[in-house]
Write a protein that binds this ligand. Structure first.
Ligand code: ADP
Length: 917
């Protein structure tokens, strides 16, 4: 170390070892300052001061007070005489705030004193600088260490700590570290510190704008707004218009940090701190900090990557040519080869894939390894359990770098979802295509272009359906194929589609073969998000068959309508309450109105109460199984006497089997009925004629009795032998015979009348008695025994009593004829006829039996035919049995015949109605 003594010796020309030489001769002042003082310590003269910048006083001034920096010479007091013999360190006031540090001594000179001083500012500064550099060194080392060692979470706190130390060490009011913010393309205050007596210029995370970008980043920069340093005016805001100092830090990425020192004028800078020192301080802080921050960022990125790979079931892979093995990223290995090593040989690697895809993977992989050809393909993994859905991976590989740096890397991404969906969609698409191709439908798309719709797509079914191809279906052609009668409709369809967004229409379109197809066209207009039409999607359905069928139905309906209208039969529909809903012209004619007046009319208007009841009862018997019923009904039509209609009803039922409507066909049977009645009447007359003889006998008998009685009475009167008793007896006999004759005649009159229309309830025994009253006398007269049984029965039947009587007379007369003809051949024959009546469950049986030997079995089936008779011409009419059969049938009964051991037995079975006491 250079001592001040030696320094002075050298500067003042003294020998190294010698003591100071008294300055008699003119001293060499270049390096020093000479001050002449009076004994009181006032400065008389000063030399060399200019060189050192010492500020000179005017006139005699005190050294201690007027020249020296106050407080710098604490140990110096009194006058020069006191200062002798000691080394004096004096600090002179320099220009401005500059201080000139000196060292020297005082010695007597003339009558005063000479103060000889050397400027030791440089020496002091050197020392200070060394000292300060040492401290700076220590601080930077400390800072770097702290920043490197702390945990990531404490990083900001540690940096803030460091800034505080910087502030304290170099007396900086505000200090902050700004880092380049890549995300925001500017700068952000990472950490800041301000002394308690200084304003808070900066805050943590405060954006620092882009002002720092324009600064020269290789050296510290001063910001002095009041000293003409205006090129950094953009920093005004950042430094609040106060002096500032900025120290950059740059690495391979350029300037990436600034240490900002605010409220820090140049005068306050420690002289010992050079630009390099500041750069070092900033680097010691920002360098490790940026390293740490990038490390954290990298770790986060890695974390994100890992998480992403895990989530996607994907990851990288790398092939090492030297080791001949493939490495899988951990998340990928976890999903592809769970629980196994992530390092795979080529065989193991290829073995991962499904046999169906393995060859392709192997081939592509080979091309990648040998020819550096990047690969991209989708392959399935080989799964032991084939029922699981396939796992599809998108496999990508490429070569990076060349030479020693050549790497073969790739990526695997799980695309099972997409792939399986794709396959499902493809299958659904294929199914749909199939359906469309095999259905009589065509799907089409028409592109919208300036108000027109141009065909751009037709499903494959177009060809089989119409024979046209898409190319042929240009807009111009298409309209040519529309049936000329339907073109107006087609244009209307397009207009409606554009206007309303959807349309459904029918028209005919010609196929390649020239035949027209009826098409049902359902179309919808698709619009973009602005609501402008983009295209129309539609469906043509071939409804030719349906349309033709509908046409046929219409024709057939027309034909049936004509058939119904022109039918001579009455046809109508009516509800179960007999209200007509339709009736054709013949019905209207009968009912004397127009066909359109028929609906609403109730049929019961023309039915008697009894007919109405029977009609309704008959309808009630209709069922879905037996929906048809036929009957002869009688109506009281306007202006006509009783009409008879043969009426056939068919019930129409709903799903629950409920009768909802009746369709009926009717035929006027009045004429037939009348003819039948006439026939019956003539049969009756024939029976009467047959009975004439019997009747004559019947009446002859009482006449004979009366004649005998009268002859006898007259005889007694002529004899004068008349007694009252005798007379009374004879008159009573005559009266009885008159009554008998009157009864017979009366009954004959009844029999000769026509039957009434309505049927009545009556006891069939009445008919049997009537028959016997007419015939029994005559039969007995002919020697035929008449047997009777069961006449006390009370069961009633419905019909006409005279008609049943007519039937019985027929049967009895037939039996009589058979008996008499038999007796002609056998004189000893004892003929009898038996009549009987017996109830049988719900019915009544009447039978007529004889002992004439019966009917030839070969004739049994024919005897009910009209005009069948075995009797001689003029005797038999052959009407008796056929008319009888009709009468019994009309009463709802049955007439049957059988042979017994004696003869024929005719049996009448009638439905019994009520059994009253
Ligand atoms: P008709 O009496 O005018 O011949 P019918 O129709 O009454 O006509 O009878 C048809 C035929 O049936 C008779 O000609 C007769 O041959 C046969 N016949 C009817 N009743 C009897 C009977 N009780 N015994 C035998 N034959 C009978």
């Amino acid at each position: 170390m250079i001592t001040s003594e030696r320094l002075f010796g050298r500067l003042l020309g003294r020998t190294h070892a010698g003591s100071p030489v008294p300055a008699r001769s003119a001293p060499r002042l270049e390096a020093g300052i000479e001050v002449r003082l009076d004994p009181q310590g006032h400065v008389l003269e000063i030399h060399g001061a200019q060189h050192h910048g010492v500020v000179m006083g005017n006139g005699p001034a005190r050294l201690l007070i007027d020249y020296l920096v106050p407080g710098s010479t604490l140990a110096l007091e009194g006058t020069p005489v006191d200062w002798q013999g000691q080394s004096l360190d004096l600090a002179f006031q320099g220009a401005g705030s500059h201080v000139v540090h000196t060292r020297g001594w005082v010695q007597p000179h003339a009558d005063g004193w000479l103060l000889q001083l050397l400027d030791i500012s440089d020496l002091l500064l050197g020392n200070q600088q060394a000292h300060s550099r040492e401290r700076c060194q220590l601080l930077t080392t400390h800072m770097s260490e702290q920043v490197r060692q702390c945990s990531p979470s404490r990083l900001q706190a540690v940096v803030s700590d460091m800034l505080q130390q910087v502030a304290q060490l170099w007396h900086v009011p505000c200090v902050a570290l700004a880092l380049a913010d890549n995300a925001q393309a500017g700068w952000t205050i990472y950490s800041a510190f301000h002394r308690h007596d200084a304003p808070a210029l900066w805050e943590v995370d405060q954006p620092a704008g882009s002002a720092l970008d324009s600064l020269y980043g290789q050296a510290p920069q001063r910001f002095e707004p009041l000293h003409g340093n205006r090129e950094h005016s953009r920093l005004n805001g950042l430094f609040a218009n106060a002096d500032g100092f900025l120290v950059p830090y740059s690495d391979h990425q350029g300037v990436c940090a600034w240490l900002l020192l605010g409220m820090y004028p140049a005068s306050a800078h420690p002289p010992a701190m050079g630009d390099n020192d500041w750069l070092q301080v900033c680097a010691a802080l920002a360098g490790p900090l940026l390293g740490r921050l990038r490390e954290v960022q990298h770790a986060r990125q890695m974390e994100r990557m890992e998480a992403l790979q895990g989530l996607l079931g994907s990851g990288w892979w790398e092939w090492s040519p030297a080791l001949e093995q493939l490495q899988l990223a951990p998340p990928l290995a976890a999903s592809v080869v769970p629980g196994q090593s992530a390092y795979l040989s080529r065989e193991q690697w290829l073995g991962l894939f499904h046999p169906a895809d393995r060859d392709e993977v192997a081939s592509r992989f080979n091309e990648l390894l040998v020819h550096d050809k990047a690969c991209l393909l989708c392959a399935r993994l080989h799964q032991a359990d084939s029922t699981q859905p396939a796992m599809w991976y998108r496999l990508q590989g490429q070569v990076l770098g060349a030479g020693d740096a050549r790497r073969i890397v790739g990526y695997m991404l799980d695309v099972s979802d997409i792939k399986n969906q794709q396959q499902q969609a493809a299958a659904a698409h294929a199914r749909l295509d199939n359906v469309i191709a095999s259905s009589p439908a065509v799907i089409y798309v028409q592109r919208y272009a300036e108000g027109a719709l141009l065909p751009v797509f037709f499903s494959a079914s177009l060809q089989p359906l119409l024979g046209w191809t898409l190319e042929e279906c240009t807009a111009g052609e298409l309209i040519e194929w529309v049936h000329p009668d339907d073109r107006e409709q087609y244009f209307a369809r397009t207009r409606q589609l554009l206007r309303e967004g959807s349309v459904s229409s029918r028209y005919r379109l010609r196929d390649r073969g020239g035949a027209y197809h009826w098409l049902l066209d359902e179309a919808k207009l698709l619009r973009d998000d602005l609501g402008l039409p983009v295209e129309a999607v539609g469906l043509w359905l071939d409804i030719t068959e349906a349309s033709e069928a509908a046409e046929r139905v219409r024709h057939s309906e027309e034909r049936y309508r004509m058939l119904v209208e022109d039918s001579p039969a009455m046809i109508c529909r009516y509800s179960p309450d007999l209200t007509l809903s339709f009736g054709n012209r013949p019905l209207a004619t009968y009912l004397e109105c127009a066909p359109h007046q028929l609906p609403g009319i109730n049929l019961s208007r023309w039915l008697s109460a009894q007919q109405h009841q029977a009609f309704v009862q008959r309808l009630a018997t209709l069922t879905p199984e037996f929906p048809v019923s036929t009957a002869e009904i009688s109506l009281q039509l306007p202006g006509r006497e009783h009409a008879w209609w043969v009426w056939s009803d068919r019930g129409v039922f709903d799903a629950q089997g409920q009768l909802i409507e009746v369709q009926a066909v009717g035929r006027d049977n009045t004429e037939v009925r009348r003819a039948q009645q006439q026939l019956t009447q003539s049969a009756k007359m024939a029976t009467l004629g047959e009975m004439a003889t019997g009747l004559a006998h019947e009446i002859n008998q009482p006449l004979n009795v009366m004649r005998m009685a009268i002859v006898n009475v007259l005889k007694r009167l002529s004899n004068g032998d008349v007694q009252i008793d005798y007379l009374q007896d004879k008159l009573n006999r005559i009266d009885a015979q008159v009554q008998r004759a009157a009864r017979v005649v009366d009954h004959m009159r009844v029999f000769g009348r026509r039957s009434e229309i309505e049927q009545h309830l009556f006891n069939p025994a009445v008919a049997v008695e009537g028959t016997l009253s007419l015939l029994s006398e005559g039969l007995r007269g002919k020697g035929v025994e008449v047997r009777c049984e069961g006449l006390q029965s009370l069961t009633q039947v419905r019909g006409h009593v005279d008609q049943l009587e007519q039937v019985l007379i027929n049967l009895v007369v037939n039996a009589r004829d058979a008996l008499l003809s038999k007796r002609e051949t056998d004189r000893d024959f004892q003929p009898w006829i038996a009549l009987g009546l017996q109830p049988d469950h719900d019915a009544v049986q009447l039978w007529v039996q004889d002992n004439a030997g019966g009917i030839d079995p070969r004739l049994l089936e024919r005897i009910f035919e009209p005009f069948f008779t075995t009797k001689p011409i003029g005797v038999g009419t052959g009407l008796g049995l056929s008319v009888s059969y009709g009468i019994i049938d009309n009463m709802g009964g049955r007439l049957s015949v059988s042979n017994t051991e004696h003869g024929a037995r005719f049996c009448v079975t009638l439905p019994g109605v009520v059994a009253t006491a």
